[in-house]
Design a protein around this ligand. Structure first.
Ligand SMILES: Cc1cc2nc3c(=O)[nH]c(=O)nc-3n(C[C@H](O)[C@H](O)[C@H](O)COP(=O)(O)OP(=O)(O)OC[C@H]3O[C@@H](n4cnc5c(N)ncnc54)[C@H](O)[C@@H]3O)c2cc1C
Length: 291
């Protein structure tokens, strides 16, 4: 199927890209890996007048661990494959599992972390862990930069707080405190090249080795219009010693926190029950990951 005609822009700096985006606003779409937008253009779901390629902008592809607090700064156009290969995300096990489970090798070579967030698909693989790590996003426009919490980034399916003239430039993850671990579980109807039926990312921090839980974040995907925090489950874990019984209770609470719908891929009832099951597994993974 042919792609409809469009004007093509290939800026070489973020500043230039912001100027073009500011000029065309909603009439221009950004092109990162193209794994989402190109199929949608072929299907005539999105018909932009212009495409602004971000591929020539090296600053959007650079990753670093920087600052006194050793935070990880991830360029929005870093591809999934490059992030898996880069050693700097090793402490973020849940994110790495999400990256490894995204699509196929071909998709991972093209797809970017920024594109994954910007599409705001409720079942996307990277948003649950990025939210669970309290990730932040840097959004740029000609007016300047703003930093937003990923907790506030998603507004609904396909909708984010990105304004028409803004570009997602960077994702920032703080260094994980000592005694912290994380885990991500994705459930699909098959083992590869599958969009999640349900997914859960969990991050837990212990007060001290073998101590009580001092921090817990559980984020569920594909069971609501946006990735959802399982706050009842998180509160239940706080101040308690990790145990199978506690995690089972947290799983039940997370199922209550979820808001799944029936669709052709699974019923709401099945999804809710799977939230219960995979929350327990994500918590167990997080506990074993504690470093
Ligand atoms: C066969 C197949 C399998 C897939 N499997 C999975 C999967 O298992 N898990 C999963 O989560 N996803 C999956 N996807 C969806 C998709 O590959 C990912 O969401 C990918 O990360 C999108 O990134 P991209 O760089 O290709 O985005 P693009 O297609 O380039 O862009 C997507 C949208 O985001 C906007 N955008 C891109 N970058 C920015 C930016 N920096 N700032 C602001 N807006 C931006 C674009 O304008 C566009 O509207 C799959 C897709 C296909 C085709």
């Amino acid at each position: 199927m042919l792609i409809p005609r469009f004007e093509y822009h290939k800026p070489s700096t973020l500043k230039e890209a912001c100027e073009i985006k500011g000029k065309f606003k909603g009439k221009a779409q950004l092109l990162a890996g193209g794994t989402d937008i190109i199929p949608n253009m072929k299907k005539r779901i999105i018909l932009p007048d212009s495409l602004i390629s971000l591929n020539g902008i090296s600053e959007l592809k650079s990753n670093s661990v920087s600052g006194k607090n050793r935070c990880a700064r991830i360029g929005a156009c870093a591809t999934v494959s490059s992030l898996i290969r880069g050693k700097f995300l090793l402490p973020y096990s849940a994110l790495l599992t999400g990256l490894e489970s995204l699509g196929s090798p071909l998709i991972r070579n093209m797809a970017t972390i920024g594109g994954n967030l910007a599409t705001a698909r409720p079942a996307a693989d990277l948003s649950p862990s990025l939210i669970a790590y309290k990730g932040k996003a840097i959004l740029c426009s000609v007016a300047g930069k703003r930093e937003v919490s990923l907790d506030d980034f998603f507004l609904g399916p396909g909708k984010t707080i990105l304004n028409d003239d803004e570009i997602l430039a960077e994702i920032i993850l703080d260094e994980l405190p000592a005694c912290t671990g994380s885990g991500y579980i994705k459930l699909g109807t098959r083992k590869a090249l599958e969009i999640s039926l349900v997914n859960v990312a969990a991050v837990i921090a212990l007060e001290k080795p073998d101590g009580v839980i001092a921090g817990a974040r559980i984020v569920m995907g594909a069971v609501g219009p946006i990735p959802l925090r399982a706050t009842t489950a998180e509160n239940l874990l706080m101040g308690e010693k990790p145990s199978d019984g506690l995690f089972a209770e947290a799983g039940k609470a997370a199922a209550e926190d979820s808001r799944p719908i029936d669709d052709f891929r699974g019923s709401a009832e099945y999804r809710r029950d799977m939230v219960r099951v995979i929350t327990v597994r994500a918590l167990q993974k997080a506990l074993h990951d504690i470093r």
